[in-house]
Write a protein that binds this ligand. Structure first.
Ligand code: MD3
Ligand code: FE
Length: 222
């Protein structure tokens, strides 16, 4: 959490308090520290999900192992393997349905979406990404959902990360946005199909999450 730099200066990256909003783009809002109240409940829920549907490094259709470890909860889970990217009602590793969506996830997603102007958001899928130092997500669009009118709500926990946030074309210059423990981003409207990714995670030790970052993306898959 606090890092002692090479110069000996103390630098801190901490959230100041609840509910500071920043417009990221048309339709996209960053709610700083929005998930800080209740983050212990989120962590308990993530532990339960990880015990039933363990985090795993999936394979891309091109045959690469993803550096981000993933699991899911809700009626559908996002998966990738040699056959492609898609949502599945069952965990392919266990053959069982994904763990149910915790009420604390549903409630947080609905409140954040409402705050960003998307009232009535009811996610049916939550992809949970776990980043260890060095893990990254290259620039992509989220295209596997049926209804692009529904926003995506993203919740950051643990080590700080840098979102890469481009435009509607892959070549559009990406902005870098630092996200911290408890920050929530809502992507909808014109920004819903924008290219985005996550820069390689810098090493560190977060006071409650340790040497990792966890990102929840709450989605309407069907
Ligand atoms: C911008 N996850 O799982 S969430 C993903 O931090 C994913 O793990 C990242 O991208 C993470 O697909 C980034 C931020 C995000 C999510 C959806 C978006 C940014 C977006 C949809 C449109 C535009
Ligand atoms: Fe994405």
């Amino acid at each position: 959490m606090n890092a002692q730099g090479a110069t000996g200066h103390l630098f801190l990256e901490m959230n100041e308090g609840p509910k500071v909003r920043e417009a990221l783009a048309d339709g996209a809002v960053l709610l700083r520290a929005f998930a800080l109240d209740g983050e212990a409940g989120l962590r308990t829920a993530i532990e339960r999900i990880g015990s039933r549907a363990p985090f795993r490094h999936m394979t891309t259709p091109g045959g690469y192992r993803m550096s981000v470890a993933m699991t899911n909860c809700g009626r559908f889970g996002w998966v990738t393997d040699r056959r492609g990217y898609r949502y599945e009602p069952m965990d392919p590793d266990s053959g069982c349905p994904w763990p149910s969506m915790p009420a604390v996830f549903l409630d947080l997603a609905e409140r954040a979406a409402r705050e960003a102007g998307y009232a009535g958001f009811v996610p049916d899928a939550c992809l949970i990404n776990r980043y260890e130092p060095g893990a990254r997500l290259s620039l992509h669009q989220d295209l596997n959902e049926e209804d692009f009118d529904a926003p995506i709500v993203s919740v950051s926990l643990g080590l700080p990360a840098t979102f890469l946030f481009g435009g509607e074309d892959r070549v559009d210059r990406a902005r870098r946005i630092r996200v911290l423990h408890g920050d929530v981003a809502v992507w909808g409207g014109p920004s819903r199909l924008f290219f985005h990714g996550v820069a390689p995670l810098k090493d560190g030790d977060h006071n409650v999450m340790g040497r990792q970052r966890i990102n929840l993306t709450l989605r309407r898959a069907r």
